[in-house]
Design a protein around this ligand. Structure first.
Ligand code: F6R
Length: 614
């Protein structure tokens, strides 16, 4: 999704802005632009598509901006208006003296636009952001003070935003503010950085101030002033960023996605450190701040999430219900927020999000919090807005995930759910000791099994080649692996654009079976256990309609050879833990098909890493 970078100091600003925007590229975007101030003139450069296009534009104008040391930059993921140069940020007012970059959505932009047009503003774009440029410009004309102008303008804006503004008539100054969208200021020696996310600035400084909603920050080369929405000066809470300056390197892999798939064994090992000592000892999960009494008496849990995190949540439901005997509802955040839900102070609400910034989930969490629920957040970003709403916070510690398609963060979410479910089961005494011991012991063996699978990834690559030219793909499973089917299908459609769908296999005969013929690949996630025989029958039904059958299995059953034209073998694992193993080959199939088709694996079209609009 969109990304913001701003800089004021002594260094050549264009380089810093472009470099910072590159670090945010993984969020997904379709145009980019920067505005820099040089010799009392604002220069604005924009381009459609990737940052390389913007760099080419900049090359042609180097003499104009090479002495500039302050400016703002943006990558845009189009919401209002096509991804064109005109609609790319920064946007300006009529006189061109003001430039603004914006993440989020201005909900009342139509009303504002009508009002501003009556006052004489001439709009050149279809964006919601341009209204803010005109609005602040009008306020500036009244006040001749950029901070005050931003303060007054934000009182009239509804929606979510992170804004960064510069003005030609102001002595070098950047003003920034936010509401329901992330923004932080990096503090250097005689220089400041503004960014919508840490990677853009971590190379330069580890000292930062996270802006809270409605706060306004005014940056000059040697000063930072933070105020509230009324102009009252606030104390600066300077934090040390818990990040190492990571070079976002592919480490020899062709794509970040492939690298991140390979990181999964270590991700799991890291999560388990300090949580499971031996399989006989209780799970340690100090992150859960509910008392044992509350946990014992819980009778309802709601889990809210989107996309891949929603699939992790569905598996979370399965295991919490199985291990703890507590009823769990799972819901897409975007649905949760628009119905009359009956969340209350007795319900534990779990929010799951790799980015911790997803607007739908954040809004849902805030709604649940307002109703008095205990909020437990499972996220890969302990510094995120969602984490700040948490009563209990389980950081999944997968490390930065660059590829837009989530892989290692999903597996990390799954492992976190296993730990949580076992922890609660131990407190409630709801699961046999022997079952708990075997779960803990087997969970610690999973990283090695994934490594074993990855060392034979050629079989999956060959499978991917065989089916790469299909238009459609069906994934079937039952029980605990039904969400695995959904996630496998989501991975494939995201990065290869093949129409892939996951079904609970029992549902095939209620409609989807009509689609089956000799051109349709059907992948059956056939893990040994309670639903194995049933799924085998469903696979037979599909085969009888001539579908091209593929099995993903840990079974050595000889009869599978007659039923399936391709068998992907995975290491043996008990059914309850099988989703952690089964997803890995599905990630690889999606990866190899997309790579074979020459798709932009790490930055698929239309998608963003962090979806900060509802
Ligand atoms: C798919 C993917 C998305 C996200 C979804 C929610 O690979 O990454 O479906 O899972 O946009 O994002 P988070 O988890 O950041 O809340």
């Amino acid at each position: 999704m969109c990304g913001i970078v701003g800089y004021i100091g002594d260094r050549p600003v264009a380089d810093i802005l472009i470099d910072g925007l590159h670090q945010l590229e993984y969020r997904g975007y379709d145009s980019a632009g920067i505005a820099v101030k040089c010799e009392d003139k604002l220069h604005i450069y924009k381009a459609e598509g990737k940052l390389d296009n913007l760099s080419s534009v900049l090359m042609q104008h180097k003499s104009e901006y090479q002495n500039a040391t302050m400016g703002i930059g943006h990558i845009r993921w189009a919401t209002h208006g096509a991804p064109t140069v005109v609609n790319a940020h920064p946007h300006t007012c009529n006189c061109g003296n003001l430039a603004i970059v914006h993440n989020g959505i201005i909900e009342n932009y139509k009303e504002l636009r009508e009002k501003l047009e009556k006052q004489g503003a001439i709009f050149r774009t279809q964006t919601d952001t341009e209204t803010v440029a005109h609005l602040i410009a009008y306020k500036y004309a009244e006040t001749k003070d950029l901070t005050k102008a931003v303060q007054l303008a934000t009182k009239e804006i509804e929606g979510a935003y992170a804004l960064c503004v510069i003005h030609n008539e102001e002595k070098d100054k950047i003003v920034a503010t936010k509401r329901n969208a992330p923004l932080l200021v990096g503090i250097g020696e005689g220089e400041y950085f503004v960014a919508s996310d840490v990677p853009a600035i971590i190379k330069y400084t580890k000292k930062a101030v996270y802006l809270e909603d409605n706060q306004i920050v005014t940056l000059t080369k040697n000063n930072i002033v933070l105020t509230d929405e009324c102009g009252q000066e606030l104390f600066l809470k300077i934090e040390t960023l818990p990040w190492e300056p990571v070079a976002l390197s592919k480490m020899g892999y062709k794509h970040f996605m492939l690298k991140e798939i390979h990181e999964q064994p270590d991700v799991i090992r890291n999560i388990l450190v300090g949580k499971i000592h031996t399989s006989e000892e209780p799970i340690i999960l100090n992150e859960v701040k509910l008392t044992n009494d509350t946990l014992k008496n819980l009778n309802r849990i709601q889990i809210i999430a989107c996309g891949t995190s929603l699939h992790a949540a569905m598996i979370g439901k399965y295991i919490i219900e199985n291990f703890c005997g507590i009823a769990v509802d799972v819901e897409a955040s975007s649905e949760y927020i628009y119905r009359k839900n009956v969340t209350d102070s007795k319900t534990l609400v779990i929010g799951v999000s790799q980015s911790g910034e997803t607007a739908d989930t954040l809004t849902a969490i805030k709604q649940a919090k307002a109703k008095g629920s205990h909020i437990l957040i499972i996220t890969n970003r302990p510094d995120s807005a969602m984490a700040r709403e948490a009563d209990s916070l389980i950081p999944v510690s997968a490390g930065i995930e660059v590829s837009v398609a989530a892989t290692k963060s999903y597996v990390a979410q799954l492992v976190s759910f296993y730990l949580l479910a076992m922890y609660m089961a131990e407190i409630k005494g709801s699961l046999d000791e022997s079952v708990l011991t075997s779960l803990k012991s087997d969970l610690t063996k999973i990283p090695q099994k994934i490594e074993q699978m990855l060392s034979h990834k050629e079989q999956i690559q060959s499978c991917a080649r065989l089916y790469a030219n299909t238009k459609d793909f069906i994934y079937i499973a039952r029980g605990i692996n039904y969400p695995t089917a959904l996630e496998g299908a989501l991975k494939l459609k995201e990065i290869s654009y093949i129409n892939a769908t996951g079904y609970p296999a029992g549902e095939l005969k209620h409609g989807p079976i009509a689609m089956l013929d000799e051109s349709m690949p059907v992948l059956s996630i056939l893990m040994k256990g309670s639903v194995y025989e049933k799924l085998l029958s469903n696979s037979e039904e599909a085969k009888a309609r001539n579908a091209r059958m593929i099995a993903l299995t840990n079974s050595k059953d000889e009869k599978l050879k007659d039923l399936f034209e391709y068998i992907i073998e995975v290491p043996d694992v008990q059914e309850l833990l099988s989703p952690i193993i089964a997803i890995v080959p599905l990630q690889l199939i999606a990866y190899y098909i997309a790579e074979y088709l020459g798709k932009d694996v790490d930055q698929p079209r239309n998608l963003a890493k962090s979806v900060t609009v509802e």
